[in-house]
Structure formats: structure tokens, C-alpha cells
Design a protein. Structure first.
Length: 57
């Protein structure tokens, strides 16, 4: 289960990307998350996925 609050979601996702996954695609696949839904929720608070950094910035 992932956090519903967008700021907590940002923290959760960036931690997972930093510590466990080398790409957003792999994380979404492994955790069975909808990539578009996840990115849309974080874009709503003005955070966008940076592939080079493998983080939402």
C-alpha cells in the first residue's frame, strides 16, 4: 500500500527509487503500480520524474 498524501507519496517513492530500484518502470512493475496514475499524482504537486537522477524532483 502506498501513501495517499501526495507529499508522503513523494518521500516514499523517492526512498524506494534510491534504495531499491534503478528505474521508475521497474518499481511500478514490481509493486504493481500504475505508472501514469503515480506520475500524475506527483505532477499535481509539481514534481516530475528525472530519469538521470532516478528521482522525482
Amino acid at each position: 500500500m502506498i501513501p495517499k498524501d501526495p507529499v508522503m507519496l513523494l518521500s516514499f517513492v523517492n526512498l524506494k527509487l534510491r534504495d531499491y530500484y534503478d528505474s521508475l518502470e521497474k518499481m511500478c512493475e514490481d509493486m504493481e503500480l500504475d505508472k501514469k496514475e503515480l506520475t500524475d499524482r506527483l505532477e499535481a504537486i509539481d514534481y516530475h520524474y528525472d530519469k538521470e537522477k532516478n528521482q522525482f524532483v
